[in-house]
Ligand binder design. Structure first.
Ligand code: ZN
Length: 161
C-alpha cells in the first residue's frame, strides 16, 4: 500500500450500505473503526472491479479511511447537523497512524492526504472539487488549505507515540 486518503462520508453518524463498499475503514460517532467490504489489498489492483472506489483517479494503492458525518454540510457557515466530533477525528488520526505502521509507511504529504488534496493534485479526475476534509468542526479557525497539515501533525503525534 502506498498511502492513506482521509475522507468524510457526507452522511450521518453511522455508515450507509454504500459507504461500506466505498471505504476500507469507517469511523462512527463513538470513534469505533468499522471495516468496509474490501480490504486495502483489494486496491493494489483496481482492474478487476473488486476494490473500494473512494478516490477517483487515485484508487490504486490507496487506503480509504472515512469519518461518518457531515450530512448537510455546505460551508463553514452552514455546517449542517452532523459535524464530526473530536472523538471521531482523533480516532481517525490515530487509526491512520496504526495503518502507516502496519504498511511500513512514514507519515508525510505523500502517504497521508485528504480527498480534497488529491482533487487539487489531479484536477482532471473525479476527485477534483471534493471538500473532504476542508473543515474541522471543533477547530473552526483552521482553513481549508491548512486542514491537511493539521491532520498530518496529529497523525505524526500518534505515529511517534
Ligand atoms: Zn472523499
Amino acid at each position: 500500500m502506498k498511502r492513506i486518503i482521509l475522507h468524510w462520508t457526507g452522511g450521518k453518524y453511522t455508515p450507509s450500505s454504500t459507504d461500506f463498499e466505498h471505504y476500507h475503514f469507517l469511523v462512527d460517532k463513538c470513534g469505533d473503526i468499522l471495516k468496509g467490504k474490501y480490504t486495502p489489498e483489494d486496491n493494489l489492483n483496481c482492474n478487476d472491479g473488486k476494490y473500494a472506489a473512494h478516490c477517483g483517479g487515485f484508487n490504486t494503492g490507496s487506503i480509504g479511511l472515512s469519518i461518518c458525518a457531515m450530512w448537510g454540510y455546505q460551508s463553514p457557515k452552514h455546517i449542517g447537523d452532523y459535524p464530526f466530533v473530536r472523538v471521531q477525528g482523533e480516532a481517525a488520526w490515530s487509526y491512520c497512524a496504526t495503518l502507516l505502521k502496519k504498511y511500513n509507511l512514514k507519515p508525510s504529504k505523500d502517504t497521508v492526504m485528504t480527498h480534497y488534496e488529491v482533487g487539487k493534485m489531479l484536477p482532471k479526475s473525479t476527485s477534483a472539487g471534493k471538500i473532504d476534509i476542508t473543515y474541522i468542526p471543533y477547530e473552526p479557525t483552521i482553513s481549508a488549505d491548512e486542514a491537511g497539515d493539521y491532520i498530518r501533525n496529529k497523525v505524526r503525534w500518534y505515529y511517534e507515540r
